[in-house]
Write a protein that binds this ligand. Structure first.
Ligand code: DU
Ligand code: SF4
Length: 229
């Protein structure tokens, strides 16, 4: 089994009835600006090379972003911020992401999500988060040989990711360290993994200045350095 095979299995998942209904309804009704497009409307797999040393963990696909284009953070405002920063720090081949065939490639970085289907109001339930976790655990197991650092975007991702690290074989301290922007959690066993907390790139944080492009670049630079990139 490899990551490409895992990605294929993920895209066929229908384990969460509420999310299956929502992702497909959004794909049917569409937004006026995208009325002529065929929406992906399925679970979104990780994006990036299978030997990535840095992993970025988000929240869930945006209804008219990744749920439309089929690629993480592609075609939405969150992605505009994330990919611009990745490009500026040298981790992405271009600073924009508009469609799955726009030519963008990532250097040593993979982007994934603890929930793979677009949820209503961008809010998965705890049950949906737990139902989706095995996909992230499997992705972590397959990335483990090359993986050295993780950037977790937001508290939801943090709460989902720490148990996934534990299930994938890392020793995670209990009680689990709380999420904070700028937090660095270094796991040491069975192999070193530096985990960084960063405010999510959603408009709620970027429009208000809670997360500035400079703050995001700083976390990405520090994490890339920890990852040997
Ligand atoms: O099929 P592939 O060229 O190995 O790409 C798999 C997957 O990883 C696809 O989503 C493109 C992405 N990717 C990347 O972002 N950067 C790379 O350097 C290589 C592949
Ligand atoms: Fe499957 Fe995850 Fe989508 Fe639920 S959110 S249907 S577990 S891919």
């Amino acid at each position: 089994a490899d990551l490409a095979e895992l990605d294929g299995r993920i895209t066929g998942c229908r384990a969460c009835p509420r999310l299956v209904e929502w992702r497909e309804e959004v794909a049917r009704t569409r937004r006026a600006a995208f009325a002529d497009q065929t929406y992906w409307g399925r679970p979104v797999p990780g994006f990036g090379p299978p030997d990535a040393s840095l992993l970025i963990v988000g929240l869930a696909p945006a209804a008219h972003g990744a749920n439309r284009t089929g690629r993480m953070f592609t075609g939405d405002r969150s992605g505009d911020v994330l990919y611009a920063a990745l490009h500026e720090v040298g981790l992405a081949s271009q600073g924009t992401a508009v469609s799955a065939d726009d030519g963008l490639s990532l250097h040593g970085v993979r982007i994934t999500s603890p929930v793979r289907c677009a949820p209503p109001a961008n809010k998965p339930t705890p049950e949906e988060r737990d139902t989706c976790r095995p996909w992230l655990v499997r992705e972590l197991e397959l990335l483990r040989p090359s993986l050295r650092a993780v950037v977790v975007l937001g508290a939801f991702g943090w709460q989902a990711a720490l148990p996934a690290f534990a299930q994938a074989g890392w020793e995670v301290p209990r009680p689990r360290p709380a999420f904070a922007h700028g937090t660095r959690l270094t796991l040491t066993s069975p192999a070193r993994l530096d985990v960084f907390g960063c405010f999510h790139v959603s408009q709620r944080n970027t429009f208000t200045g809670r997360l500035t492009p400079a703050m995001l670049r700083e976390v990405l630079r520090t994490a890339a350095s920890a990852a040997g990139l």
